[in-house]
Design a protein around this ligand. Structure first.
Ligand code: XMP
Length: 517
């Protein structure tokens, strides 16, 4: 394991992902973790991340220099580089000489461990105020910039390395190569961490945890719960039962995808609860978005709990017990909720399907060490169909929050048809990977006049909301080709009764959220 010490910027997760892209397993630890605890984890290498602080700022995160004395290879980046420099007797000045963004780096030792095989001048991403003017004794300066005399150094004997810039960001040329040089050449690690290993390891861990007991898993139709279920199914087979609550708010073909494709690919035991009528009855007359969300969440939990207790009762009748609940919690959730170390709780877990914590089960979370892209790779490895593994995000409350106005069966059917056409055309145009998602929204309370055939119509508009995004926190509207938009518009107005207008949402997030409700 490579441990990434998180000094409190957003960079630690990115570094951990880059290390894994180099096929070396990595985990993140907070900078508040005592050094002996970090070393007790037996890391093969340690990376000190960047951070928002100046090493001279009051309350700036510090580092016990014992971390450099343990014989473990260490790579300091940005703030981590400056900490390393000061801890080992180098000089870091608050010169006011700032560098932000793309900066040319001059490599003075092209044959050095980190820079071997990379050009003498490369463009790197900087973000710092303080600058290192003298490397610690015993260190070789390997690169500089116009502003910073010491932009990289290394001590090959002690296996200590540092760069002032951010090798983990995409804007840094050769950043991944420099990181890999540290891992392979500096720390002597081999690229051995693969999704095959992950699957084997998790299967063994799940078997050890669950033993001969039984487990249940709520499937939402999303990637995470599907991959978690498939992993557990591979480990314990028929001891697992999955529950899929069909609330009638899914898109066309979606429930079938879970019921047929997923079962076909995994052979999982599936309990499908048809709860459409129940959800529609609960939603009758409700127009307020927050109220809709609350009702859908509440009904979902009730239905799931009932299904779970039925499974428990059936198992009990056979003298077995259901002790475990499978959840698709991912590594970013774990890190953001304190990494299990009891430190800063920035955001509490939001678990699959929003199941309540007081469900009386122990949790099985086979994805809690993985990033989203790794979950997709594991899904592929497990033989899940592409349609499930590469699925775009879809909100838990489903089409219920894509009908502006009251949710009725007729409106859902109409929206399902319009949505299916949009998805079909986007897929046909090869745009699925270019967009993050494309909500299709029915403005059920709005009407406009149209003319179709020889007659006047008075129908509803459909909104297309294609967005591009990296994490759904911010988003921009996708500039889709006009021909594709035209085709979608023509087909929807021709094929879907009661829709006589298609409009495009050209709002970024912020200010607009991705969904309309
Ligand atoms: P907004 O509308 O907040 O959406 O910009 C951000 C992302 O989250 C999805 N979304 C949800 N997902 N349950 C979910 O599982 C929800 O209640 C929910 N609301 C929004 C949305 O599709 C987008 O990807």
């Amino acid at each position: 394991t490579v441990l990434v010490v998180d000094f409190g910027a957003q960079y630690a997760q990115l570094i951990a992902r880059r290390v894994r892209e180099a096929r070396v397993y990595s985990e993140i630890v907070p900078s508040t973790m005592p050094v002996d605890e970090i070393l007790a984890k037996g890391p093969k290498a340690i990376i000190l991340s960047g951070g928002p602080s100046s090493v001279y700022a009051d309350g700036a995160p510090a580092l016990d220099r014992a971390i450099f004395e343990a014989g473990v290879p260490v790579f300091g980046m940005c703030y981590g580089f400056q900490l390393m420099a000061t801890a080992l007797g180098g000089t870091v000045d608050n010169t006011g000489a700032r560098e932000y963004g793309r900066t040319p780096l001059k490599v003075s030792k092209p044959g050095s461990t980190l820079f071997e095989g990379t050009p003498a001048e490369q463009s790197v991403w900087m973000s710092h105020g303080d600058a290192c003017s003298a490397a610690p004794a015993g260190f070789t300066v390997t690169a500089s910039t116009g502003v910073v005399p010491v932009a990289a150094f290394e001590n090959d004997e002690r296996k200590l390395y540092g760069v002032q810039y951010h090798p983990e960001v995409l804007h840094t040329e050769h950043g991944q190569q420099v990181l890999e040089h540290f891992l392979y050449r500096g720390a002597g690690l081999r690229p051995q961490w693969t999704t095959t290993n992950v699957v084997d390891e998790q299967v063994a861990a799940i078997r050890a945890q669950v033993g001969s007991a039984r487990a249940i898993c709520g499937l939402s139709g999303g990637v995470d719960s599907a991959v978690a279920a498939a992993l557990v199914q591979k480990a314990i087979g028929s001891q697992l039962t999955c529950v899929y609550v069909d609330h009638g708010l899914m898109r066309k073909g979606e429930s079938e995808q879970v019921e047929k494709d997923f079962v076909a690919a995994t052979g999982v035991q599936l309990k499908v609860v048809d709860a459409e009528e129940r959800f529609l009855a609960a939603l009758a007359g409700v127009c307020d978005p927050e109220e809709k969300r609350k009702i859908i969440g509440r009904e979902f939990i009730r239905v799931f709990e009932q299904a779970a207790s039925e499974i428990v009762a059936e198992a009990g009748a056979h003298g077995e017990s259901v002790e475990f609940l499978v959840q698709g919690t991912l590594y970013p959730d774990v890190v953001e909720s304190g990494g299990g170390t009891g430190t800063a709780n920035i955001k509490s877990h939001h678990n699959v399907g929003g199941l309540p914590e007081d469900l009386q089960f122990a949790l099985v979370e086979p994805l809690r060490k993985l990033f989203k892209d790794e979950v997709r790779m594991v899904g592929q490895e497990l033989g899940l169909p592409e349609e499930i593994v590469q699925r775009q995000p879809f909100p838990g409350p489903g089409l219920g929050i894509r009908i502006v106005g009251e949710v009725t069966k007729a409106r859902l059917d109409l929206l399902r048809d319009a949505d299916a056409i949009a998805r079909e055309e986007l897929t046909a145009a090869g745009l699925d990977r270019d967009i993050w998602q494309c909500p299709v929204v029915l403005l059920a309370d709005v009407r406009s006049v149209g003319v179709q055939g020889d007659g006047r119509t008075y129908g509803h508009p459909i909104v297309l909301r294609p967005v591009s995004s990296e994490d759904a926190m911010t988003a921009d509207w996708s500039r889709l080709p006009y021909e594709v938009l035209a085709k979608i518009s023509t087909r929807i107005t021709n094929e879907v009764a009661d829709v006589n207008r298609v409009v495009l949402d050209v709002t970024s997030k912020p200010p607009g959220t991705i969904e309309w409700e």
